[in-house]
Each structure stands twice: as structure tokens, then as C-alpha cells.
Design a protein around this ligand. Sequence first.
Ligand SMILES: Cc1ncc(COP(=O)(O)O)c(C=O)c1O
Length: 432
Amino acid sequence: MLSPARLAGVIGTPAPAVASALPSGPAVPAEALVDLQAIRHNVATLRARAEGAELMAVVKADAYGHGLLPCARAAREGVASWLGMALLAEVLAPRAGGDTGRLLSWLHVPGEDFAAAVRADIDLSASAIWAVDEIAAAAAEQGTTARLHLKVDTGLSRGGATAAQWHDLVRAALAAQAEGTLTVVGLWSHLAWADAPEHPTVRRQQEVFERAVADAELLGVRPQVRHLANSAATLTNPASHYDLVRPGLAVYGLSPVPDLHDPEALGLRPAMSLRARLSLVKQVPAGSGVAYGHEYVTQRDTVLGLVPLGYADGIPRAAGNAGPVLVAGRVHPVAGRVSMDQIVVDLGGDEAAHVARAGDPVVLFGDAALGEPTAQQWAQAASTISYDIVARIGGRVTRRYVGAELGVELGTELGAELGTEPGAEPGAQVHQ
Ligand SMILES: Cc1ncc(COP(=O)(O)O)c(C=O)c1O
């Protein structure tokens, strides 16, 4: 829940003119407006923080809810030389969409269609010998050589081979390499406590990682890239950068270390803002119970606004009576429980509330610099993390993209580098 003190920080915040950001044409009940220029900017910022390393933008889970293909493209323009995704099903999409750069997929089960991945020239990861065997067999069948990243578990106890399994995994991969079916190009791991840079586990995991790399090299691996750092480590821990960093959350402009720094202090710009239009506005008397279970009761004669977004759209049910909603320049917490399709906001009993009308724009989260509530505030309201807030936005919410053309900041130089004329692309695209 958002504490009263925290709510005080967001209620009454002056608002931007959100109406101007809404599109003309038929209204949609709600949309996630995604600023691709912010994604380019964030990738460029992260690259500057990890000088000397390559950057893999993590665009799994539909680019953390922002939409895979437009975000993948913006990340490339930012410039991300790699894109990373968990599943084979997701990593094949950018390739099919025309992406020709390096793509890595790391989460598989036995029997998956590795041949399709090898045909699509995807880098693959193995944490176990079954994966080495299946990937090598797929490459042999295709008459080609797969590129493999070996993952070591350095202390997260999730993916990766344990220290006890590491030598056997490396030897199995080297045997396949000797047969020409794969090349070990990467050695990698993932951190458990990157968001607490001073936590002793971070240092310990780096030591375990370096030992595993040294052992693999002794056995004959010549890795092109060693990689460990997620967003938090990219931004706070240069010693973890090695040859390649793998930020996800920060690409979308959210802080991976919200207790330490807000996005602005990290030079990041939130890419997504979640907006809607009021579908109903009505006056009710004091003492009216609001929404299922009447967990909110109006304290005075007041005006209620109905927002057509609910838990089926990814609004966390746990944010009932807490999640901040910006309406006409004022931030109000959700009144009562979050329903499947809608939430209610108590707009108050004053004159300003009485001018509210159905169709008025509201903002659930966006950019604090514009006076909008943030995904981080919603995360606090729902006792979760901002990753969960953006990644869960559902398929009924239209994604609308702005900043598709290469923008001012990166425009001239990057446009020249990419051979792309600024403004050559459509300014906004919609997909659902
Ligand atoms: C293996 C791996 N690398 C990198 C990332 C990016 O992490 P973050 O979003 O914290 O930057 C993730 C996301 O969870 C991941 O699973």
C-alpha cells in the first residue's frame, strides 16, 4: 500500500495538459503510450555508463509490456548491438521482423525447436548437457554451426550449471565444438542482489563467475563475450560489466534501484505512460460504498469517475484504495477495490470535480517530470516492483508509439551512423 506520507507526495501534484497527448480520431478506452525516443535515449545512456562493453537490450516479455518489435527497433537505434529474450518463441519474432543483429535466447526445455533457432542464426544458451546435445544435434541437422553461451550459476540458484556441473558442461560443449556443430562464444551468469550494490553476495558472485570463466578458458574456451550485469549492475557496478551488459528495466526508463535513485537521477526517461478516458462521471451522497465489498465509503457528497481499466488489463488488484490516478491536475488514489475491467476514483466534492466529464483523460502512470504518477508509485501501492507494473499491462490496452523517427538527441549523429534520415519513418504506430 502507498503510505499516507507517500500519497501526500503525489496527491495534488500539478498536472500536464494530458489531453494534448491523446490522439485524434475514435477514442480508445485506454492506451499505453510508448515513447520510442525515450528508449533510444535510455539505451544510449546505458551504453555511456558501460563504456568499453557491448550492450544487450533485454526485450523479453513483449519488451516488458511495451511491445516487442517497435522497442527492439528503437533499442537497436540506441545502439544495442544485442537483443536478449528468454524464450525461443519470442526471439524468433525480431528476426522474422527483419532484425539482422545478434539475438540471444536463454530459457528452454528439452525437445524445443532448436533447428528453427539455428536456422534463424540465434545465439542460444545452455545451462545443462541436454541443451548442449540438442543444440549441437539441431546444428548438425541444419549443416551449420550454432553459437552457444554457457551459463554458470554463481549464486542465484536459478538458471546455470552449478560449480559441480560446470566442468562437465564446458567439456561437453568443447566436444561439440571440436565436431564443428557449435562454437562457445559466451560465458555468463545472473546476479541475485544487483539492486543492493553493497550486498556481499554481489562481490561473491563476481568471484565465482571469474573463477568459472578462468576454468573454462583453461579447458580451451575462447569466449567472445563474458556477461553478468543487468540494469542495476550496469548503472552501479562497473566491475560487473565485462564484455557485455544486459539491461532490461532501465531500457524502459524505470529505476532498477528505486530505493537509491529515481529514473531522472540515473539519466533515464520512462518510456510508457498508461492513460485512459473517464467512461462515467456521477455525483453520489456521503456514505456511499464504492466498488465490490465497499472497502471505500465516500466521506462527503462527492463526484466519482469511472476509469475503464481493471485487473484484466494488468492493474494490480492489490493496489485497491491506493494506486494513484491523475485526473484534471490532481492525483487521487483508486477508491475501493480494483475490478476486472474498471476502477473508481473519488474526484472530490469541490467545483473542480464538478466540471469533470465522461471522456476526460486520466493518467495512471508516466513520467514524474511531467507531474504524472509513476510505475514505481503503483509498485509501492501494490507491494510489488515496477517491472511487474509495466510487464503485466494486458492485451486489451492499445499500445501507441510516438518518437518512431530518430529524434533530436541522437538524430543527426545516429541517423548518419545508421544511414537513416530523421523523420523518414511514421511518427506514430498503433498495435494491439
Ligand atoms: C538473464 C537476464 N538478464 C538480464 C535481465 C535484465 O534484468 P533487468 O531488467 O533487471 O535489467 C533479465 C531480466 O530479468 C534476465 O532474466
